[in-house]
Design a binder for this molecule. Structure first.
Ligand code: IPE
Ligand code: IPE
Ligand code: MG
Length: 240
């Protein structure tokens, strides 16, 4: 193990917050009950970040595929997002959290988008924890939108095709302001990435945890983050 293992924690942790529906069903409650419980857990995990040395936290709140759910569930989630922003804005500001959103805003309700913009602006001077919320986010959709913007820049003469390389595309991604995630956690026992941060997670470590998201405490978070320091990341090389 490296000597300075206490500094080997992940700087950027991304979380696929899964299992709200099953958590509610287990309690014979409607799925939205689980989403509300899940939203409360977000606050606890964001607050825990400075204690475990996580500077960037990115959470998957709603995917481009989640529109396939019932109208009741989708509308309930959108209302929850609006309420969450309104209710949490002042605490996030006071606690030094800088909030940004990734995903396609075009399909989102105008009122919600206005709240998202306001929260980004309100917290733009914060630097303690960088919270990124993926809302109407899909990795393939993001790459497609980025490619379209890149193509427009080529058309406008701002970019030469021969200069397009691995460094170019990330500048067009929604996550252009973020480092790549070091660790991706998915709760609820499913071992798939469901279209989350496809480009960015090329070298991330993955942790699939059986706990359902509403039961994912800061102690479990701390344990998972702590395990990261013991993994050897090779990035394709053979380490001495
Ligand atoms: C994750 O929990 C939250 C969202 C996708 C919005 P789910 O709603 O997917 O919960 P399960 O997977 O049905 O239990
Ligand atoms: C991924 O969870 C999306 C979010 C956590 C927002 P899903 O529950 O939507 O993913 P699948 O359907 O199991 O792949
Ligand atoms: Mg799910």
């Amino acid at each position: 193990m490296p000597k300075d293992s206490e500094h080997n924690g992940p700087k950027h942790v991304a979380v696929i917050m899964d299992g709200n529906g099953r958590w509610a069903t287990n309690r014979k409650k409607p799925r939205l009950f689980g989403h509300h419980a899940g939203a409360r857990r977000v606050k606890e995990i964001v607050r825990a970040c400075p204690d475990v040395g996580v500077k960037y936290l990115t959470i998957f709140a709603f995917s481009t595929e989640n529109w396939k759910r019932t109208q009741t569930e989708v509308a309930g989630l959108m209302k929850l997002f609006r309420r969450y922003i309104i209710r949490e804005a002042n605490d996030l500001l006071a606690e030094g959290v800088r909030v940004r959103f990734i995903g396609d805003r075009v399909r989102l309700d105008e009122k919600l988008v206005a709240l998202m913009d306001q929260l980004e602006l309100l917290t733009s001077q914060n630097d303690k924890v960088h919270l990124t919320i993926a809302l109407n986010y899909g990795g393939r959709d993001e790459v497609a939108r980025a490619t379209q913007r890149l193509a427009y820049d080529v058309q406008a003469g701002k970019l030469k095709p021969e200069n397009v390389d691995e460094e170019t595309l990330p500048r067009y991604l929604d996550t252009h302001f973020l480092p790549d995630p070091d660790l991706v956690i998915r709760t609820s026992g499913e071992a798939r990435i469901s279209n989350f941060l496809l480009w960015q997670s090329a070298y991330a470590e993955y942790e699939f945890i059986d706990t359902l998201w509403p039961d994912f405490t800061k102690d479990i978070f701390g344990e998972v983050v702590g395990r990261f320091g013991t993994r050897e990341r090779r990035f394709g090389a053979v380490l001495a």
